[in-house]
Design a protein around this ligand. Structure first.
Ligand code: FDA
Length: 505
């Protein structure tokens, strides 16, 4: 069908399904491009060659989502569900077959019950909005989701979701206690009615395979009225290699109130015209500076911090701090969905179970110095992450991991040449790391989606093909995900380039 006849069909079908009208955009609608572009975070998928949807539907109510699913199936249209649009490979808004985007941007409601210590949050909300609403109600609750405030709740919670509270409280998905989901028949299910396997699968098994998650009930987590942060930069001349090396023996064993992450990039050196590798140690401590100083002296004196390096603040200010906003400024900047930056980027992830030698680290530095805007981020595990069993939810990366690496490369030039070179570089870095990172499988974090791990063109990969990337993301949980998928969506309506396959029973 052409977009306009599809539009007519959709208009008619959805009006039969719902008593209020659903905003639908076609390529002929004036605002189609701005609606499409607004939530695109990776500029790699804004080029004229990126496939565009036949229609974009932006539901205003739950019933609109039901109608969108029912009518897409009726007209044989493939759908992509988008919440925050931060998917690293653009899977929520681009694919090679004709498709419709169901964009949840209007479903942003958040209701916090501070008495009960829970909240219901709609998938289309951002985590920044969630943090703001929690802090508005309470100074003693927080939530352990991601650091970047414009990430969508829908994609992030369905793939795991972590930030500076992970060593204390685990992932966002570990703290989900109920959910509302539209299934393939357009019915709304809750934890009670969806059954154990499906409720398990949506907490880490990824969006796009099981249904459209409308909203999540979460358990809020206690945070003290005062937390402490620091950021401490060291470059190669200042001994960064030895400190990063040492950090690997400390980071996962620290008390769980203390999270120290390292962001490593390339900066100008003090020698004119030269560049150096800079390691930035960024930390959140759930307590005051008086408690933190002796802990740092005991566990990581090599970092050499002074009293003035520590800053005390409230938890919501620490959210602003990690997001790069002024901590004395208004916290309603967290409500803004406009991303702080838009870049071209490619990313990958790895898990580290044995410290990397200094020689190994120096090899990473050498590769970083070949690039313009590379970043590697080392995020510590241990604490609560080691206590939760590998099969509690589909996210399996628990005990035995010292830290996770995220490798990133950013660039600003349009076009395939720049992209090819930058992606070529990150693949070299990934190959270089083979001896140093987890093996069989070489594990990866689903929310750092990487199509280099394998993909199927139209989401119809066989079990054995999908297992190649499925084992990396989910280890032994992959089979249970396939069982859940096969039961709830046997015809594989909800699919993407790395979705869970449905197999005949
Ligand atoms: P988007 O809308 O693109 O969806 C991602 C996937 O989920 C797609 O397959 C989509 O179809 C599906 N989906 C979305 N909503 C759905 C719904 N309601 N029902 C069913 N399926 C749905 N991660 C992290 O853990 N910690 C962090 O600190 C960060 N930081 C960060 C910063 C930046 C700048 C980016 C770009 C990304 C991150 N991430 C992250 C990764 C992030 O968690 C990941 O990209 C999420 O999937 C994004 O969720 P969105 O809803 O924004 O994505």
């Amino acid at each position: 069908a052409t977009s306009s006849s599809l539009y007519d069909n959709f208009l008619q079908c959805t009006s039969l399904q719902s008593n209020s009208s659903i905003p639908i955009y076609t390529p002929n609608t004036a605002s189609y491009s701005s609606v499409l572009q607004f939530s695109i975070r990776n500029l790699r998928f804004t080029s004229p060659n990126t496939p565009k949807p036949e229609l974009i539907v932006t539901p205003l109510h739950e019933s609109h989502v039901q109608a969108a699913v029912i009518c897409s199936r009726k007209y044989g249209m493939h759908i992509r569900v988008r919440s925050g649009g931060h998917d690293y490979e653009g899977l929520s808004y681009a694919t090679g077959v004709p498709f419709v985007i169901v964009d949840l941007i209007n479903l942003q409601s958040i209701s916090v019950d501070a008495k009960d210590g829970t909240a219901w949050v709609s998938s289309g909300a951002t985590i920044g909005q969630l943090y703001y609403r929690i802090a508005e109600q309470s100074r003693t609750y927080g939530f352990p989701a991601g650091i970047c405030p414009t990430v969508g709740v829908g994609g992030q919670f369905s793939g795991g979701g972590y930030g500076a509270l992970l060593r204390k409280y685990g992932l966002a998905a570990d703290n989900v206690v109920d959910a509302r989901l539209v299934n393939v028949d357009g019915k709304i299910l809750t934890k009670e009615s969806m059954g154990e396997d499906l409720f398990w699968a949506i907490r880490g098994g990824g969006g796009g395979s099981f249904g459209v998650i409308l909203s999540w009930k979460i358990r809020l987590v206690p945070v003290p009225p005062t937390v402490t942060v620091f950021t401490h930069n060291k470059n190669l001349e200042q001994g960064a290699t030895a400190l990063v090396h040492r950090w690997q023996y400390v980071a996962d064993k620290l008390p769980r109130d203390l999270f120290i992450q390292i962001v490593i990039n390339v900066a100008n050196s003090s020698r004119v015209g030269e560049r150096t590798v800079q390691a930035s140690f960024r930390s959140l401590f759930l307590g005051g500076v008086k408690q933190l100083i002796p802990l740092m002296e005991q566990h990581f004196p090599e970092l050499g911090l002074k009293r003035d390096d520590y800053i005390e603040m409230s938890w919501i200010q620490s959210v602003l701090y990690f997001a790069g906003f002024p901590i004395e400024g208004p916290s309603d900047v967290l409500l803004d969905r406009n991303p702080l930056t838009r870049d071209y980027f490619k990313a990958k992830s790895d898990y580290v179970t044995e410290p990397i030698s200094e020689k190994g680290l120096k090899g990473i530095w050498k590769l970083l110095l070949e690039e313009n805007r590379p970043v590697v981020i080392f995020s510590p595990y241990g604490g609560r992450m080691s206590e939760i069993s590998e099969s509690a939810i589909p996210f399996p990366h628990r005990k035995g991991n010292i830290y996770k690496i995220q490798h990133l490369v950013y660039w600003a030039e349009e076009g395939t040449k720049a992209a090819k070179e930058r992606i070529g570089w990150i693949r070299r870095l990934y190959r270089y790391l083979i001896p140093y990172v987890s093996k069989s499988p070489r594990a990866a974090y689903l929310n750092y989606r990487d199509l280099d791990l394998g993909q199927s063109k139209n989401g119809t990969a066989s079990y054995s093909k999908a297992k190649v990337w499925g084992r990396k993301y989910f280890k032994n949980n992959f089979d249970r995900l396939v069982l859940a998928k096969s039961k709830v969506d046997p015809d594989n309506f909800f699919r993407n380039e790395q979705s869970i396959p449905s197999v005949p029973s």
